[in-house]
Design a protein around this ligand. Structure first.
Ligand code: FMN
Length: 365
């Protein structure tokens, strides 16, 4: 318990982490060929192997979940082989890596999907205009493609896609899989009644809205081991037309208790309030901390001192940093030694190529 808690080792259900600094998942849209990870992506993660744990950018388990331009997938052999290069590079450099499974659901443009892909969601509910646009290469910003509501069979096959992708993740050498249940993508669309108006077993009640993620986590735990399964959530987050709803605490308390029952490795709590200016109450964070007995990762506008403070107070076990990693591949060294952080160029967050991706320098070169 000190100013250095962040730099102490941690045992993540048998996975030894060299420190408690996590690299948060960040979409960077560099998978230019057939949504397949490449050497450039491997280099980017390898450069950031000072992190105790790296969580990859959102990666789709399904052709239907590739709603953003150039995001990677993990549902075919080429993608599995591409990710293998990433995990080998990261492991050789001394870090651990989970893949984040992100299915974009209704936050998609059909032109970003491969041939035959379809924009599907729990219900055919239009996304509010503030979040209603999507970039398409060569065309610029376009209105989101209206989603078709999934049939019950389609919900069940989507669950199977997550489970199959988790098996591919193990083949690709990942230490585990983080289900993206945050920020308004498919899992979150099932959890929130604003986007889930279903009347079958996958909607209509606290248990119904949680069923999609619970079945994914259960199926993955059976297929690859519960210690390799994790979940990211963003209760009270407003990004992508989500936000609070009646019974939200009960909803997330239930999800946390189900994840505890399944025994997953960690819950990752994303708090985007610094960006959205809509506060996330401490009470929901405490409820999740009390209900879920596994590892809790905190995230959202952290710096070193706030991270140490919250770890020392027992609010969480690990802290994920997002934006600070973009321009500081040596973030751990910089935080340890008090070296100023470089500010990233927002114009290259999602552009293809090395610029603003692998060309940020360590402080010592
Ligand atoms: C460029 C960029 C891409 C992001 N992509 C993802 C993503 O794919 N999946 C996800 O869960 N969060 C994503 N996020 C959110 C971050 O993981 C993190 O929650 C957010 O940046 C707040 O943490 P920070 O203040 O440390 O940056 C992204 C954030 C940025 C800046």
């Amino acid at each position: 318990m000190s100013d250095n808690t962040l730099f102490t080792e941690y045992n993540l259900q048998g996975i030894p982490l060299k420190n408690r600094v996590v690299m948060a998942p960040m979409t960077r849209s560099r998978a230019v060929e057939a949504n397949t990870p490449n050497e450039l992506i491997a280099k980017h993660y390898e450069q950031r192997a000072e992190a105790g744990l790296i969580i990859t950018e959102g990666t789709s388990p399904s052709p239907n979940g590739l709603g953003y331009p150039r995001i990677p997938g993990l549902f075919n052999e080429a993608q599995t082989a591409g990710w293998k290069k990433v995990t080998e590079a990261v492991h050789a450099a001394g870090s651990k890596i989970f893949v984040q499974q992100m299915h974009t659901g209704r936050i998609s443009h059909v032109k970003n999907l491969p041939e035959g892909g379809e924009v599907l969601a729990p219900s055919a509910v239009k996304v509010a205009d503030a979040f209603g646009q999507m970039y398409v290469d060569g065309e610029g910003m376009l209105p989101l493609t209206p989603a078709r509501a999934m049939t019950t069979e389609e919900v069940e096959s989507a669950i199977q896609e997550y489970i199959d992708s988790a098996k591919a993740a193990v083949k690709a050498g990942f230490d585990g899989v983080e289900i993206h249940g945050a920020n308004g993508y498919l899992v979150n669309q099932f959890i929130n009644p604003k986007s889930n108006q279903r009347t079958d077993a996958y909607g209509g009640s606290v248990e119904g809205r949680a069923r999609f993620v619970v079945k994914i986590a259960e199926g993955m735990a059976a297929a690859i081991g519960k210690e390799k399964v994790a979940l990211r959530i963003s209760p009270y987050g407003v990004f992508n037309d989500m936000g609070a709803f009646e019974g939200i605490d009960e909803q997330y308390g239930y999800i946390a208790s189900e994840m505890n029952r399944i025994g997953i490795a960690y819950i990752h709590l994303a708090d985007m309030s610094a960006m959205t200016k809509v506060p996330v109450p401490d009470s929901i964070k405490e409820l999740i901390r009390d209900t879920f007995k596994g590892t809790l990762i905190l995230n959202g506008a952290y710096d070193k001192s706030r991270a140490n403070e919250d770890l020392n107070k027992g609010k969480g076990d690990l802290v994920a940093f997002g934006v600070p990693w973009i321009a500081n591949p040596d973030l751990v060294t910089r935080m340890k030694e008090g070296i100023a952080l470089t500010q990233p160029d927002q114009n290259t967050f999602y552009t293809p190529g090395a610029e603003g991706y692998t060309d940020y320098k360590r402080a010592d070169v």
